[in-house]
Design a protein around this ligand. Structure first.
Ligand code: LLP
Length: 426
């Protein structure tokens, strides 16, 4: 069997003998040692993608969007590669701390940060807080004053750009829970209010128009509006604003034949084209770094054929470790990874083990007709918003994340156990 190795699979994924190998290790060995389901992350792919963004944005800052997938080991990788980190809750902040990154390289997002979260961020010394509401401007000003610091802030602006993506992950339009609307005049008012607060320092402006974006149009439009707005604010208030953060949003390919998104350098070129000379650019890619690094590995448990209707292949995970198909209609591919098969393809539906019919991972996928219990299925492009969004629905323990590189494998997030689940209950 041959595997079409393209952007869908991490760069070290290849067929060796009769099985898929990643980072030099066969999936049969990985499953035997770490069990299934498991998320296998190709560390070389992660590092290469970080480096690609970093090298595209020389003179600027790359903040990895930690919401895509974060654990202390990933924080250490980012740190070594010279990236910064975007966190959006007190929990992500705690992981950043545990990973040992310098607080000055962390940016704190969120549309409803609590006073406790703001206190923790300010006390730790985060580089920037991205203020998201008038309430938060007051809240943060008080927290910073109480701590005796002048906190650097970015103002999150919604630039009135509707990115071409799923509505749940589009964030740049006027009707958004995030940030201050440019068109409604709220962004201009936010700038005035931040400048009036002695405990806040206006470092820059921020916009993030959405996620899984595969064309440049939205980025270009948002960048132009943000650059114009920045210059208008400088003129109006006689201040210098040194940073424009364009957020994340670059999409990835999930299936061969999907639209291929631009490379980071192409996105950066669009941003630089409108960037005023004195302003440093920043970006916050999450998915485009983490997504393509990881393969989800499942074991087939049952194969049910309903003659003339459908074939259901049940795997040992499902919507608890990947809610994206159910939430966003996200489409994936999968391959039989643990053996070669010469059987003809048969169209099947891959489902999870959860107690609902919506627990579908992939619909209408041609897979070898002799697929049977015990086979391993590999789903590529599984590194972003999957393990990060995993739940314990039906009291299913969340899978581990195993990092592979040069023939060695290491658990960087261990598998949850029933003991972990029972620990919460009185
Ligand atoms: N910066 C901000 C302020 C964000 O809100 C996000 C994502 C990012 C950066 C990173 O965006 P990325 O480069 O990963 O597109 N759960 C959804 C995606 C939600 C994205 C939330 N914000 C999904 O599974 O598709």
């Amino acid at each position: 069997m041959t595997l079409v190795i393209d952007e869908v699979w991490p760069r070290t994924a290849t067929w060796a003998g009769d099985q898929l190998t990643i980072g030099g290790i066969g999936v049969r060995e990985l499953a035997a040692e770490f069990g299934t389901p498991a998320y296998i992350i190709d560390q070389a792919e992660f590092e290469a993608r970080c480096a690609e963004w970093r090298d595209a944005l020389t003179g600027g800052e790359v903040h990895y969007g930690g919401k895509a997938f974060l654990c202390p080991e990933v924080v250490r990788w980012l740190d070594r590669l010279g990236l910064c980190l975007d966190v959006c809750t007190g929990g992500e902040l705690a992981v950043a701390r545990a990973g040992g990154i310098a607080p000055g390289r962390v940016v704190f997002h969120g549309n409803n940060k609590s006073v406790a979260e703001l206190r923790a961020a300010v006390a730790w010394g985060v580089g920037c807080v991205v203020v998201d509401s008038f309430t938060e401007i007051d809240r943060l000003a008080a927290v910073a004053a109480e701590a005796g610091v002048r906190q650097s802030v970015l103002i999150r602006v919604t630039p009135g750009v509707n990115a071409h993506t799923h509505e749940f992950i589009a964030t740049g339009g006027d009707d958004s829970k995030f940030g201050f609307s440019l068109n409604a005049g709220l962004a201009a008012e936010a700038v005035s209010r931040v400048l009036a607060r002695p405990s806040l320092e206006l470092t820059g402006l921020h916009s993030h128009i959405g996620s899984q974006i595969t064309d440049l149009e939205g980025f270009a439009l948002a960048a132009r509006r943000m650059a114009d707005f920045l210059l208008a604010c400088e003129r109006r208030h006689g201040v210098t604003i040194r940073k424009l953060d364009f957020g994340g949003g670059l999409g990835i390919v999930h299936r061969p034949g999907d639209p291929v998104p631009p490379r980071p350098a192409e996105v950066v070129a669009v941003l630089r084209a409108v960037l005023p000379g004195h302003v440093r650019p920043a970006v916050e890619p999450g998915r485009s770094i983490a997504g393509p690094t990881t393969v989800a590995l499942y074991e087939v448990g049952t194969v049910k054929e309903i003659p003339g209707v459908n074939t259901y292949i049940s795997v040992d995970g499902g919507m608890s470790d990947n809610p994206r198909p159910a939430m966003y209609g996200a489409a994936y591919t999968a391959t039989l990874a643990s053996r070669a098969s010469g059987a003809p393809p048969r169209v099947a539906t891959i489902v999870g083990k959860h107690c609902e019919s919506g627990d579908v991972l992939i619909r209408d996928l041609p897979l070898p007709a002799d697929l049977r219990p015990g086979d391993l299925l590999a789903i590529p492009a599984s590194g972003a918003y999957q393990r990060a969004m995993a739940s314990n629905y039906n009291h299913v323990a969340r899978p581990p994340v195993v990092a592979v590189r040069d023939g060695a494998a290491r658990v960087i997030v261990r598998r949850e156990t029933e003991e972990d689940l029972l620990r919460l209950y009185s």
